[in-house]
Design a protein. Structure first.
Length: 83
């Protein structure tokens, strides 16, 4: 199915990490086959870029949460060392 015939894609901003990652994998596979027109390939590429950015956003948020959790875990230990 060509990209121009596809249903309107779901907004990237509302996708979970897993949804964005899975769709990105499908886009990469489709682009690697090389069976699309140039216009369809460009549309897929642009969608892929948006999906990759969404995945990066999720990963950045996860890193920040982990860092905060580690800091919170260390904070009681640090204050106990000072006593």
């Amino acid at each position: 199915m060509a990209a121009s015939e596809a249903p309107t894609p779901r907004p990237v901003e509302s996708m979970s990490f897993e949804e964005a990652r899975d769709e990105l994998a499908l886009i990469v596979q489709s682009l690697e086959q090389g069976s699309q027109t140039l216009e369809d390939s460009l549309q897929l590429w642009e969608r892929g870029e948006a999906l990759a950015a969404r995945c990066e956003q999720w990963l950045k948020g996860a890193r920040e949460r982990l860092e905060r959790a580690r800091e919170e875990q260390q904070a009681p230990a640090d204050s106990a060392d000072k006593e």
